[in-house]
Structure formats: structure tokens, C-alpha cells
Design a protein around this ligand. Structure first.
Ligand SMILES: Nc1nc2c(c(=O)[nH]1)N[C@H]1C(S)=C(S)[C@@H](COP(=O)(O)OP(=O)(O)OC[C@H]3O[C@@H](n4cnc5c(=O)[nH]c(N)nc54)[C@H](O)[C@@H]3O)O[C@H]1N2
Ligand SMILES: Nc1nc2c(c(=O)[nH]1)N[C@H]1C(S)=C(S)[C@@H](COP(=O)(O)OP(=O)(O)OC[C@H]3O[C@@H](n4cnc5c(=O)[nH]c(N)nc54)[C@H](O)[C@@H]3O)O[C@H]1N2
Ligand SMILES: [Mo]
Length: 908
């Protein structure tokens, strides 16, 4: 063990500590005042406020050093508050204050300003120098809905610049000018809105004064309470610290000690919370009578639903009823919903949005490895020596992880991006393989071909840990690379170089998204990704693995809890007689052992008249499922459509009964993020008047159907879940702590950062070969529909947009646009901003053109966040042959300049 001394007291040193972290660990965070230092930034050593005296012997001659960036050495004698140090700090702060307006008492952050706190800490009561003038005249920036700058308050500590560079990697902020004239500027001295700012707020959180700050909500500074919870948007699972006063949410910060996001979050997590008390929230149950919704009491709504369920079950059997559970809601609520459908209704007709999202990932990885979840943790990015991103655009869709990946790429970690679009990460990647949508299988086969034919495979891993290799290899070697290059549109030499660089790396970490799954061959693509990881020995070690970037905040959890028709809670196979009887014994029920309907099958059954009742929680299938007019037909064929929602979505409009649920801010439970981390969602505010937590609504209906289920509490539900879900065995509400636990959690509470370390869940990892197959949509492309449109997502809006469209985010991004290559635009006579009619075999929509060379000629892309466009009118309900995930990413269309803005809905 190594030791150093603080005020002559002998204390142990930890590896890698600076003098500052050493002092803070032993003497507390307040032991040394700091200004330019921040917990999530690299030490900078510019302000010198953290200076301490350091000597080589007890009370010996000392040197003054900035403690934040000086490594602590064995045997050092550190004096953090000698008289000379105290006077030095006071002088420094006094000088800083001369450059800062002296109106602290009237400043809106009064009481929350770090500079003010530090001034008090070092003992300053008044400033002896006159107020300086060098940047006090700078104008306020009021351009942005969430962030504001008043750079007259800037003290040039660089924290904002470093946060923008080191945390987000956006490089918007910089210091211009020299000496006394130096000032912080955004971009080319622009406003937030004009600059390339992505509104993550890292600079605002980093600023120690209020030179850059959140636009102050009234009373922001009077926050009385802080509650830690988990973000409701994507699967990164950011921890949020929510400040409230009098039951109202004022602001959100990212806690520095959060494992999932370490002091960072994106503009949705930090700022897009105002939907929660938006005037358009649904606040009363409603029943549709003669075509219009009438507000009713909860009792009346429940009676209606229960009578209908009973009537339909009696006349058509339990399989005429189905449920769609919400991946936006906690584990406990998903568990209850599937339990209601299985144990109370008596059918396996339960599904969730994983169907239209990562169902191929779950199935493909189960086939290859035995478990469908991410093998490694996000933290592993720090250890990865190579990064492969395929069909995912994390800087928009998983911004915190995206920023980390981007940081690694900028620091020179070699990488491959496989995407038809030049996404942001492609600009930093070593190789961008810009393939035609729908050709992943051909491209991955090319990579496997070159690794095998060049002898770059990991023989040791293959022989000790896998099976099926020789069969796969024999098929791969039959392929003609020129033919595959033609199919994918990617130069074979580039693929070869990229594949060999990947295979040569000691630790390559893979990430994938919907560009992999939402295809005819989605599941096969996932299996080929698994092949690639196995052939290069990239499983079971740090900085490697196959890591799907799971979409919704709790889509991992929704599937874990059994919100799918073929596997119940904990992925036990419902068709296996032993598992089936285990469920029935546990639920005191009689659930049949046949697989229920998947979402697309529910719609077909509704149209065919076999499905009569559907209960949907938090999913806007009309806007987000493919082939909108078919979805509408399905909704309208039902006798009972219960929609449990926050807002009057396109789906809710077509309901027969509406139940107002409560948002994540108004209830408790757990979300499981994309790295299997089960984290506590704590109630921040009371449910809006008239709304109920979704879990309690389900419990109420269960009881009225005659099933005894205790009232909803997160703790109670977790107790029940831990008895049936094997990998939740040791999960206890009160033991989850701030950063949760990664499943499997053993009975003694130990959790798991990495899967398949010595052995795969299924024993040996399974290699499998698949041939590239053209989808019917691609055939259409070769005939009547010459363009392919694929979908992407925008940072500011989230899926159907019901929530983000009701926040300040609409001021930043207002509509869906059609990305089109300049050559195509020219050919079709389309100018930037023109409306374009995009027509597929299903229907047509009008979208505003945005001319960009991010897409290749012949390929278009758009988002699906706005009901004004309703992009899914044109998408097809062809789907993955194995998992039934829709082929959203390949839609063959023709385009022409449009005269106006129309959409073609069935009723219109
Ligand atoms: N801001 C924001 N964040 C979100 C969401 C949101 O709506 N908005 N939604 C959340 C949800 S539910 C999900 S599932 C995730 C999705 O996050 P991602 O998986 O990143 O989703 P997408 O952007 O739809 O698609 C990813 C990429 O696939 C590419 N792609 C299209 N076709 C192909 C192909 O054939 N091959 C390859 N290799 N790539 C292709 C697209 O160009 C796109 O860049 O994001 C989550 N996070
Ligand atoms: N063209 C195209 N379409 C796509 C995709 C694509 O890539 N291209 N991606 C698909 C994917 S991956 C997904 S996951 C789906 C997502 O599609 P959806 O699941 O429909 O999208 P969300 O916007 O997440 O909708 C969730 C709804 O839940 C409500 N909600 C949120 N929290 C709660 C709560 O606590 N309780 C209740 N009761 N309601 C709540 C919100 O108000 C919102 O209306 O879209 C799919 N659609
Ligand atoms: Mo998703």
C-alpha cells in the first residue's frame, strides 16, 4: 500500500488519484475550494483556486501546486490550507470577481452560484477592486427555448467549452480573443439556435455562474426537493435529478455519479418534460357513444370494460381478446399487463413494441448465444479497441451513448459504420460502408468471406466455444464477391480492408439498431452479426460483445416481463408443458400452451373478425405501425378498443374507451435499460388530477374481473416478479440503490456486467449461414417504384411525438422532412422546401424536401414523428420472416413534386 500525508496525517493513496481527489476522498468534497474543476471533466488546472502546498518531508520546504491536475505521490506532505494558500485563493477569487458583475444579490441564480459559494468559502466579504469592463457589455442570447447565455457573467473558467468538447463532442463553444479581451463564443459568434448546438445542456450544467444557464422557469432557484429518477425516452436509461417546488417540476440535471450517463443527458432527458402537465393531457376516462367521447367516472369505465371482456370471452373465447403493453411504462406495469391477459383473460395474446423494433435481436441472439440481451456494458466503450456500428444512429437516437462513441472515434479508436446514410458517426469513422437498404446479409457475408479467406479468424475461440463453423464456412466460401458488391453497392476492396481491420483488433465492440432489425432478413442479420463477433473472438471479454441499442426506455424490460406471445415472464417458453404448468401454478390460472398473436397477427385477426377486443397501453399503433390504413381498418373492426394513454393520439381517437394513465414522473417502478440495468423510477410529482398509475388501473380491472391482485406498489410487484423471473431472483426494491443492478441478479443480490464469459447461455455459440434474399419491396423497386425510402429518427422528437411535440422541442424542429440527393431532386424538378408526393404500393404522403448528399442517389429517408405527414401510410406490413418485425427500412416509392400538403387516410 502507498501513503501520503494531509496536514501530517498518514493516509492511503489509491491508484490514479490526483492530489485533489485524494484530499476529497479523505477530507470531504468541501476540503478544497475549486472553480474550473468539474466531476465529469478532465482536470484543467487553469484557475489555481484548488492550489495546495506540497512538501517532501514533514513541515519541509513546500511548493504551491494546482491540486486538480497533480498526481499524488507516495510520501508527499500536503497542506491544503496553509496561511499562504488561503491568501492566494482569496486573491484569485477577488480577481475573478472583478471580471464579474457585482450584483449577486439581484442575480437570478442567487444562492445557486458556485462562484458565490467559493467566494464565501475563501472568506471574501467585499471586493477591493473596481468592477471591470472587459466583457460586461455582452448581449444576452434569448434565441433558444431551453438555454440562455448572459456572458457578462462569464469568468473564463472554460468549463462550458470543455463540457461541449469532452462530454458532448460538439465543439460549439470556444474562447476567442486574447488576455483581457478573451470571451466565450458559440460557433462563429452565433446564437444557440444559429450554431451547431444540440441543446444537451452540458454547458449549462457545467457553468459555475449563470453565464450559460437553463432558461429559468419561474421559481427555479426556490427548488425545495430533488428526486432521482430515470428518463422516459430511449434505452440509454439516463439518471435524472429532478428539482421540484410545491409539486411542480422546475428543472432537471444529470447526476455525476450515474453509471448510465455520468453527468450527461440529452435535450429530451434534461428539458423535454413539460408534456407532463400540458393542458392536452387526458384527465378523465371516456367512453365513445354515437361517435363522440363522453367523460365518465372510473367506475363506469371499469364496469363497461369488464362487462365487454366478459361478454366477448363468453361468446368468442379468450383468444378473441388481446393486449399491447407499453415499453414506455415500468417493468411492474408490464408484468401486470401480461399477467392480466394470461391469468385473467386466459390467452397468450400479448405483445409490445419490441415486435416492431428489436424482436429480431432478441430472437437472433437467443439462437446464437442463448440470451437475447446486450452482452456487455456501455462502460466497456472505454476498453474497446475497435467499434462497429451497424444500422444505428446513436448520436440522434441514443445521444449519451452516441456522444461516448463519438468521443472514442475522435480519439482515434478505429471504426466501421454500416449505414445507407452518412450519419454523424460516419464522418468520424475509419470506414463507412454505405450499402443499399435491405442488403445487410450480403454485406456481412462479404465481411465473413474476407476474414475466412484471409485466415484472419480466431481459431482458438472458434474451436473451444462454438459449433457450426465448418458448415457456415463452406457456404460462405461459395459466394461470389463481385456479385455481392453489386447487390450492396459497396466496393469489395473497401469491405475487405474494413473486415480485416475489425478481425485484427484485440477487442471490437459492436452496436446495432433498427437498420439491422426492421427488414425481411432482420433476425438472420442479427445471427450474422453474432457470427462476426464469434469468428473474431469478441464475446466474453471487456470492450467487445454484441450490443443492440435497445429503443424504448423499457423495451428490454417489457420483453423480460413477458409482454410477448411466445414467452412469458422471464422468457420461459409458453408451449413447453413444464413451463406452462409453472406459470399456471404461480398465477392460479389455466393459460393455454399455444402461442398468442403477435401485433401484426392481431391486426389481421381483427380485420378477419376473430379478434374482438384489444387493450392498448401507451403505444400509438395508428401512427407508428406500418401500413396505417390497414391498422385503422383493424382498429375500426374491433368491438372494444381500450386505449390507456397520456394524450389523444391517432390511436386514442379510434378507441371505444379511453383511460388516462400517469406518466413516469407521477409513479414508481423500475425501467431496464439496454445494458440490462434495472433502475428505480421514483415518483417525482403526484399524478395529474383524474389520472391513475397504469399499474393501479390494471390491478383495478383484474379485481373487477374476479382475480385477487393487491394494490400496485413497486416493491410488492418486484417481490412477485422475483419469484417467477429467474434472472430477477435477487432484485429487491430497497436494494437497487441509485444505479440499479444489471441482470441476472443472483439470490444474494450480486449482478452481472457481462454475459457469456466462459460459456454461452446455450453452451456453445452457434454459427449459422444465411443467403441474401431479395424482399418483395426490393422487387417492386426494380419495377414500378424506382426510389427506396428508409426511416431515420431526429434527436428532438421521439417516435409518435405525442410527448416531444408538447414541449419546447417543437421550437427547434417542427416537421418531418424528406432527405433527397441533389441529383434526384434535379431529375424530378424538386427544389429545397418543395412538397414531394411520395407514393408506395400502399398509399401516398406529402413531405417537404430537404436536399442533401447524406443519402446516395436513389435512396430517400424521412422520420415518422408528425401526424401531419403520417409516414407509415406508405410503409409496408411485409416483415421479418422469423420475428415479424415490419420491413420499415425498405419502402419502394415513386416521387413527384406535389401541389400541396395532403395525406391519404382511409376515412378521408
Ligand atoms: N430522438 C429519438 N431517439 C430515439 C427514438 C426517437 O424516435 N427519437 N426512438 C427510440 C426507439 S423506439 C428506437 S428503437 C431507437 C432506434 O434507434 P436506431 O436503431 O438508431 O434507429 P433509426 O434511426 O431508425 O435507424 C438506424 C439507422 O439505420 C439505417 N438503415 C436503414 N436501412 C438500413 C439497412 O438496410 N442497413 C443498415 N446497416 N442500416 C440501415 C438508417 O439510415 C439509420 O441511420 O431509438 C430510440 N431513441
Ligand atoms: N416508419 C417507421 N415507423 C416506425 C419505426 C421506424 O423506424 N420507421 N420504428 C418503430 C419502433 S422501433 C417503435 S418502438 C415504434 C414506437 O411507436 P410507439 O410505441 O407508438 O411510440 P411512442 O411515441 O413511444 O408511443 C408511446 C405512447 O405512449 C404514451 N405514454 C408514454 N408514457 C406512458 C405511460 O407511462 N403510460 C401510458 N399509458 N402511456 C404512456 C405516449 O403518450 C405515446 O403516445 O414505432 C415504430 N414505427
Ligand atoms: Mo423502438
Amino acid at each position: 500500500m502507498k501513503y501520503a500525508y494531509i496536514n501530517n496525517q498518514k493516509l492511503e493513496i489509491k491508484e490514479g488519484e490526483t492530489v485533489l481527489s485524494f484530499i476529497k476522498r479523505h477530507k470531504g468534497d468541501q476540503a478544497v475550494p475549486t472553480l474550473c474543476d468539474a466531476p465529469n471533466l478532465d482536470p484543467f488546472g487553469s484557475c489555481r483556486v484548488c492550489s495546495v502546498d506540497v512538501a517532501l518531508e514533514e513541515n519541509g520546504a513546500s511548493k504551491t501546486m494546482a491540486s486538480c491536475h497533480t498526481p499524488v505521490m507516495e510520501g508527499q506532505y500536503i497542506y491544503p490550507d496553509s496561511p499562504s494558500i488561503k491568501s492566494l485563493r482569496k486573491n484569485i477569487i477577488e480577481l475573478v470577481l472583478t471580471d464579474h458583475p457585482l450584483d449577486c444579490l439581484t442575480c437570478e441564480v442567487n444562492g445557486n452560484c458556485e462562484l458565490q459559494t467559493v467566494a464565501a468559502q475563501v472568506g471574501i466579504r467585499e471586493v477591493r477592486y473596481p468592477e471591470g469592463e472587459n466583457h460586461l457589455n455582452r448581449e444576452k442570447d434569448l434565441s433558444h427555448p431551453y438555454m440562455t447565455s448572459d456572458l457578462s457573467k462569464c469568468i473564463n473558467c472554460y468549463r462550458c467549452v470543455r463540457a461541449c468538447d469532452e462530454v458532448q463532442g460538439q465543439m460549439v463553444l470556444s474562447m476567442a480573443g486574447r488576455g483581457f479581451d478573451s470571451v466565450i463564443v458559440k460557433g462563429q459568434d452565433q446564437s444557440f439556435m444559429e450554431s451547431d448546438c444540440v441543446s444537451c445542456g452540458a454547458c449549462s450544467q457545467a457553468c459555475p455562474t449563470s453565464a450559460i444557464s437553463d432558461v429559468f422557469q419561474s421559481k427555479a432557484i426556490e427548488a425545495t426537493e430533488k428526486t432521482r429518477t430515470i428518463c422516459t425516452y430511449c434505452g440509454v436509461g439516463c439518471n435524472l435529478e429532478v428539482s421540484t417546488a410545491s409539486g411542480e417540476i422546475l428543472s432537471i440535471q444529470a447526476p455525476y455519479d450515474a453509471a448510465a450517463n455520468g453527468g450527461h443527458t440529452c435535450l429530451k432527458g434534461r428539458y423535454a418534460f413539460k408534456f407532463y402537465n400540458h393542458p392536452e393531457r387526458l384527465t378523465s376516462p371516456m367512453i365513445k357513444r354515437n361517435g363522440t367521447f363522453e367523460k365518465v367516472s372510473w367506475d363506469e369505465a371499469y364496469d363497461h370494460i369488464v362487462n365487454e371482456f366478459k361478454r366477448i370471452k363468453a361468446s368468442n373465447g379468450p383468444d378473441a381478446i388481446a393486449g399491447i403493453s407499453s415499453a414506455r411504462t415500468p417493468n411492474e406495469e408490464n408484468y401486470l399487463m401480461q399477467k392480466f391477459i394470461r391469468a385473467v383473460v386466459g390467452t397468450n395474446n400479448i405483445d409490445c413494441c419490441a415486435r416492431v423494433c428489436h424482436s429480431p435481436t432478441a430472437l437472433g441472439m437467443q439462437r446464437s448465444f442463448g440470451t437475447g440481451a446486450a452482452t456487455n456494458s456501455i462502460e466497456d466503450l472505454d476498453y474497446a479497441k475497435f467499434i462497429l456500428v451497424i444500422g444505428a444512429n446513436p448520436t440522434d437516437a441514443h445521444p449519451v451513448t452516441g456522444a461516448k462513441i463519438k468521443q472514442r472515434m475522435m480519439k482515434g479508436v478505429p471504426s466501421i459504420v454500416i449505414d445507407p446514410r452518412r450519419i454523424e458517426l460516419a464522418k468520424y469513422a475509419t470506414y463507412h460502408l454505405q450499402l443499399k437498404p435491405g442488403t445487410n446479409v450480403a454485406l456481412l457475408n462479404m465481411m465473413l468471406y474476407y476474414i475466412i479467406s484471409e485466415g484472419a479468424e480466431d481459431q482458438e475461440f472458434i474451436s473451444s466455444r462454438t459449433e457450426g463453423y465448418e458448415e457456415m464456412k463452406a457456404e460462405i466460401l461459395k459466394l461470389d464477391m463481385d456479385e455481392m458488391a453489386e447487390v450492396t453497392g459497396v466496393d469489395k476492396n473497401l469491405v475487405k480492408e474494413a473486415a480485416l481491420a475489425y478481425a485484427a483488433s484485440p477487442a471490437a465492440m459492436e452496436f446495432h439498431g433498427l437498420g439491422v432489425t426492421e427488414h425481411l432478413q432482420g433476425t438472420f442479420t442479427v445471427q450474422l452479426i453474432a457470427d462476426l463477433a464469434m469468428i473474431s473472438g469478441n464475446i466474453g471479454k471487456k470492450g467487445a460483445g454484441v450490443n443492440p441499442l435497445r429503443g424504448q426506455n423499457n423495451v428490454q424490460g417489457a420483453a423480460d416481463m413477458g409482454a410477448q406471445p411466445h414467452q412469458g415472464a422471464g422468457y420461459l417458453d409458453v408451449t413447453d408443458p413444464e413451463m406452462n404448468s409453472r406459470y399456471n401454478a404461480f398465477y392460479r390460472s389455466d393459460v393455454p400452451s399455444h402461442i398468442g398473436f403477435k401485433i401484426p397477427e392481431m391486426f389481421d385477426a381483427a380485420i378477419a373478425g376473430d379478434l374482438k377486443a384489444l387493450w392498448i397501453i401507451g403505444e400509438d399503433v395508428v401512427q407508428t405501425d406500418p401500413n396505417t390504413n390497414k391498422v385503422i381498418e383493424a382498429m375500426e373492426s374491433l368491438e372494444l378498443l381500450v386505449v390507456q394513454e397520456l394524450f389523444m393520439t391517432e390511436t386514442a381517437m379510434r378507441a371505444t374507451v379511453i383511460l388516462p394513465g400517469a406518466s413516469f414522473l407521477e409513479k414508481e417502478g423500475t425501467f431496464t435499460n439496454g445494458e440490462r440495468r434495472i433502475q428505480r423510477v421514483n415518483k417525482v410529482v403526484e399524478p395529474l388530477e383524474g389520472c391513475k398509475p397504469d399499474g393501479q388501473i390494471i390491478v383495478d380491472v383484474m379485481n373487477r374481473m374476479g382475480y385477487d391482485q393487491p394494490d400496485y406498489t413497486a416493491k410488492g410487484m418486484l417481490e412477485e416478479i422475483s419469484q417467477i423471473v429467474p434472472f430477477f431472483k435477487g432484485v429487491k426494491w430497497e436494494e437497487l440503490g441509485d444505479n440499479g443492478k444489471q441482470w441476472p441478479v443472483l439470490e444474494d443480490g450480486t449482478d452481472t456486467q457481462m454475459l457469456h464469459i466462459e460459456e454461452f447461455k446455450r453452451g456453445k455459440g452457434k454459427f449459422q449461414y444465411y443467403d441474401y434474399q431479395k424482399s418483395r419491396e426490393v422487387e417492386r423497386n426494380e419495377k414500378d417504384f424506382p426510389y427506396i425510402i428508409t426511416t431515420n429518427r431526429e434527436l428532438e422528437h421521439y417516435n409518435c411525438g405525442a410527448m416531444t411535440r408538447r414541449t419546447g422541442n417543437v421550437e427547434i424542429l417542427t416537421e418531418d422532412v424528406l432527405m433527397i440527393h441533389p441529383d434526384d431532386a434535379k431529375k424530378e424538378g424538386i427544389a429545397n422546401g418543395d412538397f414531394v408526393c411520395v407514393e408506395s404500393a400502399r398509399g401516398k404522403v406529402d413531405i417537404k424536401a430537404e436536399i442533401t448528399d447524406e443519402m446516395k442517389p436513389g435512396i430517400l429517408s424521412s422520420t415518422f414523428h408528425f401526424p401531419e405527414v403520417m409516414l407509415n401510410i406508405i410503409t409496408s406490413d411485409e416483415h421479418c420472416s422469423e420475428a415479424m418485425c415490419p420491413e420499415y427500412k425498405v419502402v419502394s416509392v415513386r416521387i413527384r413534386k406535389s401541389k400541396g400538403k395532403h395525406k391519404q387516410l382511409a376515412e378521408a
